[in-house]
Structures are given as structure tokens and as C-alpha cells.
Ligand binder design. Sequence first.
Ligand code: AMP
Ligand code: ZN
Length: 469
Amino acid sequence: MDIHLYNTDGRESQIFKPLQNGEVGMYCCGPTVYNYAHIGNMRPYTIQDILKRTFTYFGYNVSHVMNITDVGHLTDDGDEGEDKMIKAAREKGMSVWDIARFFEEAFWKDLERLNISRPTVSCRATDHIGDMIDMIRTLEEKGYTYISGGNVYFDTSRFPEYGKMALLDRQELREGARVGVDDNKRNYSDFVLWFTNSKFENQAMVWDSPWGRGYPGWHIECSAMSSRYLGKHFDIHCGGIDHIPVHHTNEIAQSEAANGCKWVNYWIHNEFILMKTGKMSKSKGNFLTVQSLVDEGYDALDYRYLLLGGHYRSQLVFSWESLDAARSARESLVRKVKALAGEGQAAAALAGKAREYLASFEEHLVDDLNTPRCLADIWSLLKDRDLTSPDKLALIYRMDGILGLRLEESAAQEEEAPSIGGDIEALIEERNRARGEKNFSRSDEIRDELLARGIRIIDTPQGTTWEKV
Ligand code: AMP
Ligand code: ZN
């Protein structure tokens, strides 16, 4: 089956054609481990997981490579700002190395909770400084670099295709590069490949290099590591749309300049998750983590469901109400799967109408990963009286192999008290108190809050009880 993907390079949906039959090489920009990843960061990793599962489902062998940015790069996307890792280390009183390992572990834990499979290769920037130095040396030999103010720069004027994927014009280049005052640059869009002259005192992570003791620029790590694990030309590169104008633009320039060939065939970019108050930002501190959702009593998979309910190329505004709705829907799905499983085994083979449902699901999937339609397929088949329970179960298990909501596993678990973030009884007590004080707005609020979480309150002459909706 043809897989259609929207390629940022060309701005159109294209049929995926692998470089090697049956193989997919896929590089995804990974986390900067100086803080917890926020829930916005989890969108690319979730959709990349869906993409990988899709390829695997259709018989491809996927090499999925992700970097771990443990060299503190700068606070801004450009080359300005304070070193992120040092800032975090100072705030937490740990060494920069400890900081990096600590947050890397937290990142893997988040992925696990969201049922995102680990990459085939995850590579730390600090383990690949030699590869980066080699690539910078090649760029130097080919005449793409200059040294200024103690740092090695990539000269973007030597690469005529600079900014082509990002469709940058001269004006956008000015804005896109977000260059502050750096008199050492020859062109607005030039960027640092190797720093020996750090703006920061007490630079903790430094290495020897042909240009002196220092550390690599951020962009070079993805070029060097992707080439090491996937070769000089590979199929897919993923990341959030914020990376289009600077990071990915610079990655392309230095990779193609160094390798002397086309680098990546398909660029897959996800749109942003926003907060009602605007952009989620680690540096501004207004962000939520997977742990903070769990602390509020949600299952991380509620958030996965929420993400799948929107197309990855549309912006999605996070709200607690939408997370509540996702939780209700996911829990309801689990209950339905549990009921179906109680009726017997999943069908061993699919035929007739069941096959039509699977075909519809697959069509939606290969239509640039249209997960909202895929979820809708599950809800429609559940309602279909023409399907038998074993058919429904078989279809759902198969579809969930892609969606990754752990439906079978969740349904097999012992029934637990619903996760509602705090104790139901305590909330009911608070409601009773509010009613006693004639604070009806608070008592209604608690009733609605519980209802949104799938709990209906029942007032009886004997007292208040509750039931699952
Ligand atoms: P970072 O750790 O900042 O390099 O970001 C890791 C990944 O998350 C990158 O692919 C970013 O493009 C992506 N990203 C950052 N913020 C958001 C957001 N609010 N919504 C969706 N993706 C994001
Ligand atoms: Zn990258």
C-alpha cells in the first residue's frame, strides 16, 4: 500500500519511496536534556512513533535514530543566549554531566509511559564529538568555513541552496536566523560549527579540537550522528516546525556541503502544542510535563489519546477540558474492549465487513497519518451491529498495534477505582460540606468535575454515593 506523507521539502503530499527496498532510515531530533521534556515535546515523539509503527505494519524494516543533546546548547534557537546545561546545573547544584543523565532518564520514562517505542539507536552528542570534528574538518577542507573571533563558522554564502527547504527569502533569513549582534559573522545566516571562544565563563563541557579547546555548535551534532548511523543519504528526517528555518536549514547546508550529495528525501514536521496562554516554553517556565499530568491523576495514555485526536500538522491547544474528554473516551474504549474480551477470543481471521473496516483504517493511516480518522474508525466499528464481538476485538487489537493505546493490556488489568486525581470520597465530602454551607456553585462544580471524569454522584436519603458513567 502506498504511504502518503506531507514533505516539507516541496510542501506537498508525496508517495513514500524508500532508498532501499523494504528499508526506512529515519532520523528524529531528540531532546535537549537540561530540563524535563514538556508535553509539547511529546508530540513529535508520539507521531514519529506512529510513523515507525506504520512502516513496520506495512512490512518495512525501520532504522530509527534519535540524538540526545547533552552538550548544552544555547538558550535561544540561534547562537545567542546562556548555555542551557550550565544554567540548569547552577540552578540544581549538580554537575552538567549529572544533569544530562538525570533528565535523559526522565525522558525515557516519559516515552515509556506514553508507550512510545525506543529508537533503534539513541546517540548522545558527547559520545560523538570526534564525528563532529571530522565533519567540520571536511567542511574546512572544502572551503565552507572561516574562523572569526576564535570560533569556526559555516559560510552560508558558499552554499547557494541555503534555505531552500525552508523557503527562506532574504528577509526571512534575517528573521529566521535570529542573529543578535555578532560582528564575527560575515552573513546574517552564518552559524557556529565549533566554539573555542565561549561567551560563558567556566564552560564545563569542552574538548580538544584542531581549532583549540572548545565545544561544537548545536546543528553539527545531528548532521554528524545521522551520517554515522544512516549514511550520507537517507529517507526521513523529523522534528517540530520550529526547526525548519534554523536548525534543519543549517543541518542541510552543512551535511550536503560536507557529503557532496542530497542528504534527506522526506522532511516530516509537526505543528505545535500550545497552551491557552500561548507558546509552551521551557525557558519561560510555563510548561507542563507528563509527570504533572500524572500528578493530576491522569494516565499518560490519556495524553496520547488527546494527541491522536488531532492531526499532527494542525496546531493543538492543550486544555484540561480536552484532556478530560480524552480520558473519558480512552477509559470508555478500555471498558468496551474489556466487555468484548469477556465474550471470548478475538477472531483469528478477518472477512467481509471486518476487512472493510481494516481497509478504511489503513487508508486513513497512509493518508499522512490521519490519526483522528483512525480513531473514528474504531468508534464506528464498535457501534456496528453487523460485526461479531470476536471481529471487533480482532480489529481493535490490530489497529491498536499502530495507535499504541495499550487497550488489550489495560482491559486485562484488574478493575481499579477510576483515576480521578485525589480521592473521590474526599471530593464528595467537600461537596457535602459546600451544600451544607449553601455554597451551591462549589457543589455543582465538584459534581461537574467528577462527571467529566466519568463519575456520577447519586444523592440518596442514606447519603451520597457514586457510580461510573
Ligand atoms: P527541544 O528539546 O526543544 O529541541 O525539542 C524537542 C522536539 O520538540 C523538537 O522536535 C521540537 O521541534 C519539538 N517541540 C518543541 N516545542 C513544541 C511544542 N510546543 N509542540 C510540539 N512540538 C514541540
Ligand atoms: Zn537536529
